[in-house]
Design a protein around this ligand. Structure first.
Ligand code: SF4
Length: 296
């Protein structure tokens, strides 16, 4: 299942790229800018600003959906909606939308082929998410076919998956863009719900196996935005023999989506970071001989 195809992207890999966002993630980072990509199934979004009180959703999903007491807008009991798909295309005003759709390998390849002429020498496809490697059964035939057609494919991943999911695809991946968020197990667990040791083990195996790896560090206030924590991450990457590291300054662009999912956004007190906020990390990484970049 995927939840977005973004065309002509110049981030997330070299050149002009088609980004495919796979639905479902094995982590739930508190700052995630694509929270609609975290659940593995379809996700219901409600944008009250677009609601025109047409009532179509009530006829499909009451009593799980009810009109607000003042007559404007709706309230949703999300836990009682077991199959959000029933609400796909129900709202003429697009206030209610369902994110996530099943797609076959062939159909996805057709979408990718539409962009092929833009790839030129160094562009291609980047598989992102969510966590694309959580769907490695789907990725294997897709990546094999991309390789056969001469279309480069990168994978953007947290590596928070079983090794066998990585081993299954690594032969057909040009570059792994690996999120390395922290080196401290406790902090990683608290803020992402995951096990950093799994990430570290997988990263080590991947690098030792000769895969091309670029480390990407989301710089997140209150989580890892300090000289001490960033030095720990950079030193770890350097010790592994990684040659390139990107710093992704925190931004608040995903904030609105939390409201549309009926979720609280825990990072509301932080402002977006600017490039200069990560400058000292860039300097330190360069002093270790790493190639650097700010942004994807
Ligand atoms: S790993 Fe990425 S997609 Fe998954 S929750 Fe964290 S930020 Fe979101």
């Amino acid at each position: 299942m995927i939840f977005n195809i973004q065309r002509y992207s110049t981030h997330d890999g070299e050149g002009i790229r088609t980004l495919i966002f796979f639905k479902g993630c094995t982590l739930h980072c508190q700052w995630c800018s694509n929270p609609e990509g975290i659940p593995f199934g379809p996700t219901l979004l409600y944008d009250e600003r677009l609601c025109k009180d047409l009532g179509e959703c009530l006829s499909v999903a009451a009593p799980s959906i009810q009109r607000n007491d003042d007559g404007h807008g709706i309230r949703i009991d999300r836990n009682s909606i077991k199959h959000p798909e029933i609400l796909r295309d129900v709202c003429p005003a697009k206030a209610l939308t369902v994110v996530g759709e099943e797609i076959g390998v062939e159909e996805l390849l057709e979408e990718i082929e539409k962009d092929r002429r833009f790839y030129r020498d160094n562009g291609g496809v980047t598989l992102s998410g969510g966590e694309p490697l959580a769907q490695s059964d789907f990725l294997v035939p897709l990546l094999q076919e991309l390789k056969k057609r001469g279309i480069p494919a990168d994978v953007e991943t947290s590596l928070h998956v079983e090794w066998k999911s990585i081993a299954a695809v690594k032969e057909w991946v040009d570059t792994f863009l690996v999120d390395l968020k922290h080196t401290d197990a406790g902090k990683f667990r608290t803020y992402t719900g995951g096990d950093v040791r799994l990430v570290m083990e997988n990263l080590k195996k991947l690098v030792e196996g000769g895969a091309r790896v670029i480390i990407r560090v989301p710089v997140i206030p209150g989580f890892n935005h300090s000289q001490r924590e960033m030095i720990g991450i950079i030193d770890h990457a350097h010790a592994l023999g990684i040659e390139e590291i990107h710093f992704l300054p925190y931004h608040t662009l995903g904030m609105e989506k939390y409201r549309m999912m009926g979720r609280e956004y825990l990072y509301g007190q932080y402002r977006s970071l600017r490039d200069e906020d990560v400058h000292s990390y860039i300097e330190y990484a360069q002093s270790k001989g790493l190639r650097t970049k700010t942004g994807g």
